[in-house]
Ligand binder design. Structure first.
Ligand code: RP5
Length: 166
């Protein structure tokens, strides 16, 4: 199946507006791959009812992968994952005085039964979340497979060029 940019199969949920600055790499990555997504701000602890209803309705809304981005130990990814069987990718942010160790542990150490695929801390983790979400969609989308292959080819080329320019 070919994916059109307006057919949004990825939802990115931020725990707070203050998380937006960490989203540049994620946005650039999805834009460069031509993959559309919806961006929401939903807090697991400040708007818990919205979090639950969003997660429960996510599959019917057409999403195939959810990315939950949050700082502190509010475990947004776990809350979302507990109300859907869609794959949930968690991105811990370093917005607290514990520099992301709190959100890393609350995202990565989900008890057995409800998985969250935890990326690294911060904006590089968010970039990888975008790529991982596209890799999931690419399982059944040959156009996305080609785009991911081209992304890696260009990435390799940049390293080779940097090496040659030394
Ligand atoms: C988390 O608490 C958010 O994901 C954010 O990283 C952190 C702080 O939120 P604000 O107090 O800035 O809204 O839920």
């Amino acid at each position: 199946m070919t994916m059109d940019k307006d057919n949004k199969q990825i939802a990115v949920i931020l725990g707070s507006k203050s998380d937006l600055p960490a989203m540049d790499g994620l946005k650039n990555t999805l834009d460069s791959l031509g993959v559309g997504y919806d961006l929401r701000i939903i807090s697991a602890h400040r708007t818990p009812d919205v979090a639950v209803s969003f997660a429960k309705g996510a599959r019917d809304a057409g999403y195939k992968v959810l990315i939950a981005v949050a700082g502190f130990a509010a475990h947004l990814g776990g809350v979302i994952a507990s109300h859907t069987t869609l794959p949930v990718i968690g991105v811990p942010l370093n917005s607290s005085p514990l520099n992301g160790i709190d959100s890393l542990l609350s995202t990565v150490m989900m008890p057995p039964g409800v998985p969250v695929a935890c990326m690294g801390i911060g904006s590089s983790g968010a970039t990888n979340a975008a790529l991982y979400a596209v890799e999931i969609l690419a399982i059944t989308d040959t156009e996305l497979q080609l785009k991911l292959a081209e992304y890696r080819r260009l990435m390799s080329q940049k390293v080779i060029q940097a090496d040659q320019e030394l």
